[in-house]
Design a protein. Structure first.
Length: 190
């Protein structure tokens, strides 16, 4: 491999260590910005992280509960999942909302774009506010055992403050909705 300059870093070599359908882990031998030799591991995500905060006419939202293998813990989150790069994130958001909750939405607003862990990964996220909700049947993936709760938005905000919702995309998205509401910009008119 030819030496590559990446900002103040110099990459001398890179080796793919592990790959599956969702991620690729790459080991880099580098020259750090301080001029010293070093290593850097990068987790490349093959999908965009997608999140949805569905809000109904009574200002309730829907949370999805599931066991998270990496943390060995149960987690309450907004409906979320992955969306293929090159596919409109809104299309992926509508799919995730329907799969996990059975809901469809007539109205959508992008509320967030974020880098979720930029010190070790290139995972990017997009989140939406969805309203004008219509219930339907959920279609979870075979590997998902999901519980769905309808809670007042104020309760979801309290859960974030109390550390009961810890998932990064959920915390960021719910805080974005909270700011919109505090600023009087949470307009759910049809």
């Amino acid at each position: 491999m030819t030496t590559i300059k990446k900002g103040p870093w110099t990459i001398h070599s890179q080796t793919d260590v592990y790959e599956n359908p969702w991620i690729r882990l790459t080991h880099h031998e580098v020259l750090t910005p301080a001029g010293t030799p070093g290593i850097y591991g990068l987790v490349h995500y093959k999908n965009l992280a997608i999140g949805v905060v569905p809000v109904d006419a009574e200002f309730h939202t829907y949370l999805v509960g599931q066991y998270r293998f990496p943390l060995d813990a149960y987690s309450w989150e907004i409906p979320e999942g992955g969306g293929a790069h090159g596919v409109d994130p809104l299309h992926s958001a509508a799919r995730e909302l329907r799969e996990e909750t059975g809901l469809t939405a007539r109205h959508w607003r992008k509320i967030l774009e974020a880098d979720l862990s930029n010190s070790v990964s290139d995972e990017r996220a997009v989140a939406y506010l969805a309203w004008g909700l219509t219930p339907g049947e959920s279609e979870p993936e075979a590997t998902e055992e999901l519980a769905v709760r309808r809670v007042p938005l104020a309760e979801a905000f309290r859960m974030v403050e109390a550390g009961e919702i810890r998932d990064a995309l959920s915390v960021l998205s719910l805080q974005a909705v909270r700011i919109l509401r505090m600023e009087g910009k949470l307009d759910l008119s049809e």
